[in-house]
Design a protein around this ligand. Sequence first.
Ligand code: BV8
Length: 289
Amino acid sequence: ASPGAYTPPTSSADITSFTHHLAASSRILVLCGAGLSAASGLPTFRGAGGYWRTHSAMELATYDAFTTSPDLVWQFYNYRRHMALRAVPNGAHYALAELARKKGRGCLTITQNVDGLSQRAGHPASRLELLHGGLFDIKCSGFDCGYEQQDVRTDPIVPALEIKDGDGDISSAQIPLREIAERDLPHCPRCKTGLLRPGVVWFGEALPEATLDRVENYMLEGPIDLIIVVGTSATVYPAAGYIEKARARGARVAVFNTEAPERDGGSGLRRGDWFFMGDAGVEMPRAFE
Ligand code: BV8
């Protein structure tokens, strides 16, 4: 580990001190990343078998990639919709939904995930902020149309995007360069000309203003007693920035991850923090008991 790195003992006493602090906390923030859904079978972005093993995130999840190769980007998102519809929430999604129900306005979950699994685990919608949108929201890619539609779960979204056997293993992001004519991609029913796009936030795009405001207001309403950081490499901003913001509001940090966080990463550990090594799907239900 880098000099000065601090990895607290992950002993049972750890869990006891954590559960005491969790029970005593009146204002909690939860930051979720792809690792939360790993136990549900959805590959993470950077881990082994990640979606982007052969494509970098910055390469595919961008407006430029969409305007240049809408068929490639749609094959990628249609595949992720396909996977997410077949996945089921795991114990960590349910544990967080239960925590949010119990703490009410004293808990806010901000997720970077677009897979919809927190919602399907019954997480109260008013206590869940989707920083990067969702796979099942779609909108017109034209700038002046404004058409949006929520929760479109059709799979495939258009027949031309049907995942065929010959497509090979697109889970390894060896996404087939199957040419799909633009006319066969989803088009906006309102303006008739614009291509529809996934309602997610791409790199270089601003996060939804209203979402950022609600998170900011929650942070400003009072001190934060605890931020739970689950399944994230804390490398994407502004999402990862909420860890330091919570610390600045007095929060202690509890990290749930299969890897010890880097000292200098967004979720670097400090004295008084907790670190639970392992699958969130196992560790969170255990720590929240
Ligand atoms: C913005 C939605 C400004 C789409 C995502 C250069 C050009 C442009 C921008 C930038 C630039 N340099 C920096 C930036 C800013 C950029 C950024 O942060 N880049 C990074 C790469 C440095 N940010 C942006 O562009 C943001 N917008 O800044 O806008 C602006 C302002 C005004 C006006 C205009 C513009 C937008 C970022 C949002 C991008 N969209 N997702 C989609 O999903 O396809 S990001 C996407 O990647 C995810 O949402 C998530 O945020 C990120 C992946 O991170 P993680 O979730 O952490 O996943 P990862 O695989 O990395 O880690 C998994 C972790 O889980 C690991 O730690 C692993 O150990 C652990 N794990 C694995 N298994 C388990 C586990 N833990 C527990 N249990 C397990 N079983």
